[in-house]
Design a protein around this ligand. Sequence first.
Ligand code: ATP
Length: 361
Amino acid sequence: MAKITLSKLRHSYYPDPQGPEDYALKMIDLDWTDGGAYALLGPSGCGKSTLLNIISGLLVPSEGRILFDDRDVTELAPTQRNIAQVFQFPVIYDTMSVRDNLAFPLRNRGVDEATVARRVAEIAEMLEVTDILDRKAAALSPDNKQKVSMGRGLVREDVNVVMFDEPLTVIDPHLKWKLRSKLKELHQRVRATMIYVTHDQTEALTFADQVVVMQDGEIVQIGTPVDLFERPAHTFVGHFIGSPGMNILPCETRDGAALFQGQQIPLEGDIVPGEGKRTEIGVRPEFVSLAESGVEAVVRKVSDVGRHIVVETQVGEDRVAAIIKENAPETGETVHLNFRPDRTRLYRDGWLATTAGEAAQ
Ligand SMILES: Nc1ncnc2c1ncn2[C@@H]1O[C@H](COP(=O)(O)OP(=O)(O)OP(=O)(O)O)[C@@H](O)[C@H]1O
């Protein structure tokens, strides 16, 4: 397995790109350590597949280098990069047995039969497909087919990286959580460098030790699932991660304080000096509570989602969501909202612009 370095990568699908808007990837610098579990997370069109294809060698970037263990592989063909890929749709041979499917990538490289048998048995045991090893792949359910496809990606011990491209797309929703946790477990056992590409926050946060969040061809934040939740570096991350996402509320700043709808809102720390067109307060619904006093709001919708209650309120033109445990208010009721100061941040033109207070560090 390998450490992967992406250095000053840019990519445009146009022969003569003019401005940043012509680049599918604007400027990517990344270091992925050997054996880590990483996710690339972002909405459709943000550049995930472009980046994946550059790593696998299907695409040569317009600018920048790709290194595996400090060795430059930018110009190497996919077959020379020693990468295993698991795609959205299972890639297996229907006419072969599960056993032969799993053995295929090894036999293809001339691995001896004793090693093939050992590896196939190990992988089958990890994926819990031992009892169906002698079945024809054609007869399998879609989730078992995808398991076998994953097994084919994991069976070789000599690959630099295993890449998963939205691998749970075809899986039934009620089986997704099973495969999701299986993948995490597999990483812990195999300790291979793995990159998981998805637009689904749950999949990314369950699988990865580090998540790379992308928007419009750029990385907006790299962090652990906790980092992304606790202290989003950009409003996009705050909004994209969480359910519901972070409240992003237009505000004014005056004398180092934030004013929302005319009321001063205590922030986590000092406002970083700077100029911007737009300032917003960011606070997750988990840290908004209903209180005796605070920002006056009208309740628009109350949803009991089992674990907690989501209260959607309106303050002037703005919507503010709160997550509470009990004592749900009625729709139409006037309530007061309290924002937990150490979890309330200021964003300038989308970017975090408060220093972490002591409580948040
Ligand atoms: N072959 C191509 N030619 C021109 N533009 C392309 C090509 N492939 C992708 N793009 C553009 O590059 C940008 C990034 O696309 P990319 O497919 O990498 O995003 P993505 O995050 O993987 O999205 P999805 O999940 O929908 O595949 C988009 O604006 C897309 O329209």
